[in-house]
Ligand binder design. Structure first.
Ligand SMILES: *Cc1c(COP(=O)(O)O)cnc(C)c1O
Length: 352
């Protein structure tokens, strides 16, 4: 930036796939099918590579079917508005992603926002609002600013008890968590209780494009009703080719996620020893809570002078008083650069 080389601890390319590993597959696809898809999927934009990716996605996720959207944002917006409307209720975690919030608003359903990861409050809300027609519980699985996990096993129990639909957005977890890298739901053994899983190729999978994995019946419904699917141009097939390649790498190179998660645990424990407040972070996203926006900008500026790019996250991205520096660890970081960051932070650490 501005002529200075920085080591980025800010990217969501968690498996380090974006820069090189997907490129040959993309080149091959462009050479055979060209670039733009030409139209929305239902007109003529849906090609053989899209179809193969949807088939592979369903296999990867262990669901009946999967549907590609142009982005994770479009997948959330389209799914929520297709599933619920006036007369229905949505129960949404207070720290859900903006695309979920916008989907709730646009749907016309009554939205109850429950305190972050607070299962007891959610249960109270469900008990007190039984008159609605359809009820949808929706949550991120790994929260992008706090780096903590949603209690998906407990949410699945509540969804079953109250006959609600459970929709989980695995955007920051797909490719990283669980035995096969499907996400936090697999990690917590909660997959069976989840009706729709949202994911994106834009983070750990190093590419672009959102998806929904669910039953055939739900996917058929979305094909007909999700307006961000019906009325938006399909991704280039080369992007779908990148998606296929990233799924192959998740399957065949599990050491990428294992190493990243081990390294993340190690960094968290080093930073806790340095006296940093990490909240309840338990992932590859490590927040350093510093309190005020000024403190966050100051620390970010100092680190930048030392060669590290760590964005200062301030309101309105986080509530007042919770300004933070967000460390985003990836498989692509060298041990030396991670060690260098940890030792730079040592000299700025909060004194008790
Ligand atoms: C990034 C993100 C999205 C949006 O995904 P894109 O593919 O970038 O549009 C949706 N939900 C969550 C939780 C995210 O973090």
């Amino acid at each position: 930036m501005d002529g200075q080389d920085l080591i980025a601890f800010a990217s969501n390319d968690y498996l380090g796939l974006a820069a090189e590993d997907l490129v040959p597959a993309v080149h091959r696809a462009i050479d055979t099918v060209g670039w733009g898809s030409g139209a929305s999927p239902l007109i003529c934009g849906h090609g053989a590579i899209h179809a193969e990716l949807e088939r592979q996605l369903a296999l990867f996720e262990g669901t009946d079917a999967a549907l590609l959207f142009s982005s994770g944002f479009a997948a959330n917006l389209g799914s929520i508005t297709a599933l619920v409307g006036r007369g229905d209720a949505i129960y949404s975690d207070a720290k859900n992603h903006a695309s979920i919030i916008d989907g709730c608003r646009l749907s016309g359903a009554t939205t109850f926002v429950f305190p972050h990861r607070d299962v007891t409050s959610l249960q109270g809300l469900l008990e007190d609002s039984s008159a609605f027609r359809r009820r949808l519980i929706v949550t991120d699985s790994l929260f992008s600013m706090d780096g903590n996990l949603a209690p998906l096993d407990k949410l699945a129990e509540l969804a079953e008890q109250f006959q609600a639909i459970l929709m989980v957005d695995e955007a920051h977890a797909t490719g990283l968590y669980g035995k096969d890298g499907r996400g936090v739901a697999q990690h917590l053994g909660a997959e069976d209780g989840i009706h729709l899983r949202i994911g994106t190729f834009s983070k750990a999978l190093g590419s672009i494009g959102g998806f929904v994995a669910s039953s055939q019946c739900v996917v058929d419904w979305l094909v007909n009703r999700a307006r961000s699917y019906v009325f938006s141009t399909a991704l280039p097939e080369a992007a779908a080719a990148a998606g296929l390649e990233s799924l192959r790498l998740v399957r065949e190179e599990p050491h990428r996620r294992t190493r990243l998660l081990e390294r993340s645990a190690h960094v968290r424990s080093q930073l806790r020893q340095q006296n940093w407040d990490l909240g309840s972070a338990s992932s590859q996203i490590v927040p350093l809570y510093v309190g005020t926006p000024q403190a966050a900008v100051e620390l970010s500026t100092k680190l930048r002078q030392e060669g590290f790019l760590l964005p200062a996250i301030r309101p309105p991205s986080v509530p007042a008083g919770e300004s933070l520096l967000r460390i985003s660890l990836t498989y692509g970081h060298t041990t030396d650069s991670v060690d260098a960051l940890v030792s730079a932070l040592e000299s700025h650490r909060p004194r008790p």
